[in-house]
Design a protein around this ligand. Structure first.
Ligand SMILES: NC(=O)c1ccc[n+]([C@@H]2O[C@H](COP(=O)([O-])OP(=O)(O)OC[C@H]3O[C@@H](n4cnc5c(N)ncnc54)[C@H](O)[C@@H]3O)[C@@H](O)[C@H]2O)c1
Ligand SMILES: [Fe+2]
Length: 382
């Protein structure tokens, strides 16, 4: 049997000005007193105000305590505010961090147990209050996925809650919301989206539907990430990146991501390296490793990234795919080498141990690893 399922947010609203439909969606979902879940930076620069100005005929509250790579305690704090304020819906405004917190609070608010009980797959018992996700970065695709990622400070690990009950009810993807992203966030989140597309395309769970989305996302990112990085006000490039992130999210939300993400988790969990950057640090090394397991797929990746593969063998074309990714990371100034982030070299064996346990992601990867082989990848990326 070769069954695949495809699930995404219930409704996608995209394009410049789509934020205008927010009020209509809150009413459709029966929200009378939603909580906006966001962070201090977005509050300070006026993004939250822009969202609030669209809310008509209802009351709302604002939680601004989200931090990048958010910890479990943030879900607990935001949930306490949600319960005390008798809120009835979530409007998550921000990057993957704010959207993940919004999704978790929706699931956790009506749950009696501890959040630890929800880590894993399909452990959320029921659908929570409605969630509208409004991304302000173009990278994670969290607005369409059934996943939320939290940092466990004590265990120094990143942990995932995976449940179809986390799928947002509405994603409003308005590219103008991303215009204020700093260059480093544009780069890191854009590379994250590219990694989602590539890992979904080579996943053992890829399907024709996820393939089409993944290749489409790669094409858009190859052309538009350098443009958005070079000229932050380039609205068309921002729009194409927002669309690419959404497409990559739909692809990986169904086909899964693989070893790049699994090996990146310890970098986020222990050293708090931003998610997109930790992926970028490992990307080309993991791709070199994966290459032989699906050369013809790497040929497609090279083509999608704009390389001319005519007349090349699959091996040669696959090399070009890795080269194109290296060039793209360089073009957007992604720092190189774990050393640059003060990762202690003596930690590599235990990082490899931790990564090897992330079976949820490694099972999707087209080539298998031993712990020693993971260790070698970290050493080559050092
Ligand atoms: N749920 C999923 O499917 C999924 C997928 C990939 C990653 N993630 C998670 O998402 C998180 C990373 O999210 P991210 O890369 O979007 O970054 P982020 O949400 O952590 O934001 C990074 C920084 O950029 C700022 N920022 C965001 N948008 C801005 C804007 N428009 N203008 C100015 N500043 C802005 C934020 O305030 C923050 O300081 C990680 O925790 C990662 O594990 C989740
Ligand atoms: Fe990611």
């Amino acid at each position: 049997m070769n069954i695949s399922t495809f699930k995404i947010a219930n409704k996608l609203i995209t394009g410049e000005g789509s934020i205008e439909l927010l009020s209509k969606e809150t009413h459709r979902l029966g929200m009378k007193n939603p909580l906006i879940v966001t962070d201090e930076i977005l509050q300070r620069i006026g993004v939250v105000e822009k969202v609030q100005s669209k809310l008509i005929g209802l009351t709302s509250g604002v939680y601004t305590g989200v931090k990048p790579e958010p910890e479990i305690a943030i879900v607990e704090e935001c949930t306490a505010m949600f319960r005390e304020g008798n809120y009835d819906g979530i409007i998550a405004v921000g990057g993957g961090s704010a959207i993940d917190i919004g999704k978790c609070v929706s699931a956790f608010a009506s749950f009696e147990g501890s959040i630890e009980e929800l880590f894993g797959t399909d452990l959320v018992p029921q659908k929570g209050v409605p969630v509208i996700a409004i991304p302000t970065t173009a990278g994670t695709g969290s607005e369409v996925t059934n996943i939320a990622i939290l940092s466990d400070k004590e265990a120094q690990l990143k942990k995932g809650i995976v449940s179809d009950f986390l799928l947002p009810d509405v994603a409003i993807v308005a590219p103008e919301m991303t215009l204020t992203m700093p260059k480093s966030v544009t780069a890191a989140s854009g590379i994250d989206a590219l990694v989602h597309a590539i890992e979904a395309y080579i996943s053992v769970y890829a399907s024709p539907i996820t393939d089409a989305l993944a290749i489409g996302a790669m094409k858009l990112i190859a052309v538009n990430l350098p443009k958005a990085y070079a000229n932050p006000d380039h609205l068309k490039a921002r729009e194409n990146m927002a669309t690419a992130s959404l497409m990559a999210g739909m692809a990986f939300g169904n086909a899964g991501v693989g070893a790049v993400h699994a090996l990146a988790y310890p970098l986020g969990g222990r050293y708090h390296i931003a998610h997109g950057v930790s992926n970028a640090l490992l990307l080309t090394y993991v791709m070199e490793w994966n290459k032989i397991s699906c050369l013809e797929r790497f040929r497609d990746i090279a083509e999608a990234l704009g390389e001319n593969v005519a007349g090349l063998t699959d091996h040669e074309a696959a090399d070009l795919a890795v080269e194109a990714m290296r060039r793209l990371c360089e073009a957007v100034n992604i720092p190189k080498g774990l050393r640059a982030f003060s990762v202690p070299e003596e930690d590599i064996p235990s990082m490899a141990e931790d990564a090897s346990k992330i079976e949820r992601l490694l099972k999707n990867n087209p080539r298998k690893f031993s712990v020693d082989e993971i260790e070698k990848i970290y050493r080559s990326a050092f």
